[in-house]
Design a protein around this ligand. Structure first.
Ligand SMILES: N[C@@H](Cc1c[nH]cn1)C(=O)NCC(=O)O
Length: 445
């Protein structure tokens, strides 16, 4: 536990996750080329992105059940193979959009096998308060894949063309297969807890048990409310809103997406420390992040006219904290589930953010079209990506995330009730705990 070998296994697994994020985000930087090669509309292109995320989210629970039955290594290697195959298919797809969609479905499927397998490895190799930290480093370092697709991948795409760029990306997945096969092991030899379920029936039963635990659902809602806004922004609507609506250049928009990743790397270790130090206050951290997101979105959307660039940058900074915030969801899964059913519990949690993301991506598109249509009908035609249209479309987030906050509060109450009944632990409201601590500090002075 926490040994040099543990760090080697972790490094190899994180490398595979970085490569998965590179493949996932490679389409985002190829939009212009894709539109040209396949001669499709912007909405067909966005369907390509949404399909990939739907496949990813839809496979989380089946992959979680598989994880508890066969262990993370098989799934990590299979994920890297499927990701590589998907990118090979995309590389030879032009001019057939159907072939490109098939390739991206494979990318979504391979991607679905990667992150929760890496997270499932951690409690087998690390113990103690370092676990939330390692989980934060895993999630946030993985996002370097987005920078790899925005810079080296985009460079190859623009200099060598579509087929070499995607074939090159596929080759990187082949490298990941080799690294995983050689360096990753499911658990150290001394781990005495049985790592996998003894039968498929047991693995399926664990899914029901995990879903019934309010702590797993608390993890699901935590992931749902924190990660969705940033994912929608970085994977689809951020660049059109920044460039088409708010007057940023494409270079500035890319820099802002990179800032979002950097913020995650900065905020992640701080959230990891707070999670380990105040385990009974993890939901308060989540609610604090959602409140910050609400305040920043309201400031930007309520600003009369176009908000100043500084205010938009502040929004991006807060969006960047949402990613590491969502990793608190996996900490709930880990502490409220036994190790043998952690795969499926992580799968349930990971559906949260991606479910909310694709619902919002789709609804924002629908509202944009509707408001744009209304402006034409009223005789004041606007560009579809005008800020006045985004201002209305982004309101969708209050409804989707608001529902998540209600779910979170309900499952937090259930979780606290079962902690009280089963372990005698009582978690009072935050303000009561804070005023007690203040009084205690005064008394000891
Ligand atoms: N929320 C992400 C992880 C993260 C960390 N910082 C930014 N994002 C997550 O849950 N990811 C799952 C995945 O497959 O990437």
């Amino acid at each position: 536990m926490n040994s040099a070998r543990a760090w080697i296994v972790w490094g190899a697994a994180v490398f595979a996750y970085v490569v998965a994020v590179l493949q996932r985000s490679s389409l985002g930087v190829s939009g212009v080329e894709a539109q040209h090669l396949f001669s499709v509309s912007a909405s067909t292109l966005s369907t390509l992105a949404v399909t990939q995320i739907v496949v990813y989210a839809g496979l989380q629970i089946p992959v979680g059940v598989l994880l508890d039955r066969v262990g993370p290594k098989v799934l990590l290697v299979s994920g890297a193979v499927v990701l590589g195959l998907g990118q090979v298919v995309v590389s030879v797809s032009a001019p057939h959009i159907g072939v490109a969609i098939t390739g991206r479905i494979l990318v979504g499927a391979g991607d679905a096998m990667t992150f929760i397998s890496v997270i499932r490895l951690l409690p087998s190799w690390f113990r103690g308060p370092i676990l939330p930290q390692v989980s934060q480093w895993t999630g946030n370092l993985g996002q370097i894949g987005q920078i790899l697709s925005a810079i080296p991948f985009a460079l190859v795409l623009h200099s060598q063309g579509w087929a070499p760029a995607f074939a090159g990306a596929a080759a990187v997945s082949l490298l990941a297969v080799a690294v995983l096969a050689v360096l990753v092991k499911n658990a150290p030899a001394e781990l005495s807890v049985p790592l996998v379920a003894s039968s498929w029936r047991d693995a399926g039963r664990q899914l029901g048990e995990s879903l019934r635990r309010p702590g797993t659902r608390l993890g699901f809602w935590s992931h749902y409310v924190t990660q969705s806004s940033g994912t929608v922004f970085s994977l689809l609507w951020g660049v059109p809103a920044l460039v088409g609506g708010l007057g940023f250049t494409t270079g500035e928009a890319s820099a802002l997406l990179a800032l979002l990743v950097v913020m995650g790397v900065i905020a992640g270790p701080i959230l990891g420390l707070l999670t380990a130090r105040f385990p009974l206050r993890r939901s308060n951290l989540v609610l604090g992040i959602v409140t910050m997101l609400g305040i920043m979105w309201t400031t930007v959307l309520a600003w009369p006219g176009i908000p100043p660039h500084g205010v938009v940058v502040a929004l991006v900074v807060v969006l960047g904290v949402g990613g590491p915030g969502s990793l608190i969801g996996f900490d709930f899964a880990r502490t409220f589930n036994p190790l043998r059913s952690l795969g499926v519990a992580n799968g349930i949690v990971n559906v949260g953010g991606f479910l909310a993301s694709f619902v919002m991506m789709y609804l924002i598109g629908v509202v944009l079209d509707a408001v744009h249509g209304a402006s034409i009908a009223a005789g004041h035609p606007t560009s579809i990506f005008a800020w006045s249209n985004f201002r209305v479309a982004f309101l969708v987030q209050y409804v989707v995330v608001g529902l998540g906050v209600v779910g979170l509060l309900l499952d937090r109450r259930r979780t606290r009730r079962s902690m009280h009944l089963e372990e005698g632990i009582e978690v009072g409201p935050l303000w009561v705990a804070l005023s007690r601590r203040l009084r205690r500090n005064r008394a000891t002075r």
